[in-house]
Design a protein around this ligand. Structure first.
Ligand SMILES: Cc1ncc(C[n+]2csc(CCOP(=O)(O)OP(=O)(O)O)c2C)c(N)n1
Ligand code: SF4
Ligand SMILES: [Mg+2]
Length: 377
């Protein structure tokens, strides 16, 4: 007889968020809210500034939430939460948890002053920033949480973001508040555990929660959890961990180099054993090499599909980058190719990495190309 598998529910069963909310399919921010409420329970007041979550719960008198929400101005999440907590205490209620719940735009940028003030005073609130790395509600504009190299509607491919993500956790740590945590919607048990711990601490508690956004990231809704486990987050977490955990971070960093796609979840059916650390690194090394050559006026990546390469993040040049589907060499629209050794003229190779070569076809200039699109393929 087949042995029955037993499943254990590790998250609190109580649901304070109902279906029928207005978020897009696969919204990471929505998962984050559901997990947080499971951890802290119904005696909670949310203070939500302008962001996707100002819309997600639904218009009055309909709401998908079973807790009160105070919708406040974009820059005021922390000061509103401070006021709500003070008001509750005036009525003798010291039990209710007050949560400021804001996006990365409302935290890293516009709400930072109010957040800093509240943290410096050590106000008795929990502040959660769900980070989808851009201003999503208004159409995917870059925020200071958008990572280096990323495409947004205000940092188009040709002018991708050239500044690194702001280190909000370091900023909050500088306020010496009693509790700071990073979390991701891919690890609900971890998130719930940290949130339960935070609930019992007095003073300002800050959460930075990684919450992928399929609409802004152009990802499939079913990939949200996989993306939330991405190596980028892993690097960030290793970078953020403070003194007592430095050793653990070092061990993690060593293991990081051995991670496969099977470990991480992405492409697990296509190439489970392949290294996620070195995936197409040879192509990216050659893109970087091409970016450093002053005469490059156009480059065609012939050897691999562009989707596998780092693209402009590595090429990093204001020059046309063509995929393998781009025009033929004879059109003269690019003077370099990233290709196979046997497919380039003798003596044209200027750099090699793994099985690929970077070859110069001519010195330039390249023929104009009015049809070229800087949009992502
Ligand atoms: C003072 C002010 N400026 C701009 C806006 C317009 N606005 C509303 S939501 C939003 C984007 C919020 O981005 P983020 O905080 O990252 O949350 P997300 O939309 O990504 O969930 C903007 C710019 C506003 N409501 N108030
Ligand atoms: S735009 Fe992104 S963050 Fe906003 S509701 Fe849709 S998936 Fe969620
Ligand atoms: Mg955002």
């Amino acid at each position: 007889m087949k042995k029955e598998k037993k499943m254990t529910l590790t998250l609190p069963a109580e649901e304070l968020m109902a279906c029928g909310h207005l978020a897009c399919q696969g919204c990471g921010a929505t998962l984050a809210m559901r997990y947080m409420l499971k951890a802290i329970g119904q005696k909670t007041v949310l203070c939500i500034p302008a962001c996707c979550w100002a819309v997600i719960d639904g218009p009055y008198p309909y709401s998908s939430m079973d807790v009160p929400i105070y919708h406040c101005a974009f820059e005021t999440a922390a000061s509103t939460a401070t006021g709500v907590k003070a008001g509750l205490e005036m009525t003798g209620d010291t039990e209710t948890t007050v949560v400021a719940w804001a996006g990365d735009g409302g935290t890293f940028d516009i709400g930072l002053q109010a957040l800093s003030g509240a943290a410096e005073r050590n106000e008795d609130i929990i502040y959660v920033c769900y980070d989808n790395e851009a201003y999503m509600n208004t159409g995917i504009q870059r925020s200071s949480a958008t990572p280096y190299g990323a495409w947004t509607t205000t940092t188009p491919v040709k002018h991708f973001k050239t500044r690194p993500k702001k280190d909000i956790v370091a900023i909050m740590a500088a306020h010496r508040i009693p509790y700071i945590a990073t979390a991701s919607v891919s690890h609900p048990e971890d998130f719930v555990k940290k949130m339960k711990k935070a609930k019992d601490i007095k003073g300002t508690r800050f959460f930075h929660v990684y919450a992928p956004c399929p609409t802004g990231w152009k990802s499939r809704p079913e990939d949200t959890v996989k993306l939330a486990r991405s190596p980028t987050l892993f690097i960030r977490l290793a970078g953020w961990v403070v003194a007592p955990a430095l050793l653990a971070a070092a061990v993690s960093a060593a293991r990081f180099q051995q991670l496969t796609f099977g470990d991480l979840g992405a492409y697990e059916t296509v190439k489970p054993q392949a290294s996620a650390y070195q995936d197409f690194a040879d192509v990216n090394r050659l893109l970087s090499a091409a970016g450093g050559r002053p005469d490059v006026c156009g480059l065609k990546v012939e050897a691999v599909h562009m989707a596998w390469a780092g693209g402009y993040t590595y090429f990093h040049r204001d020059a046309r980058l063509y995929s393998h589907l781009g025009p033929p060499r004879s059109a003269g629209k690019y003077n370099y190719v990233l290709s196979w050794p046997q497919a380039v003229p003798p003596g044209s190779v200027v750099a090699r990495a793994g099985p690929y070569v970077l070859a110069q076809l001519f010195t330039g200039p390249c023929a104009p190309d009015a049809a070229f699109s800087w949009r992502l393929p």
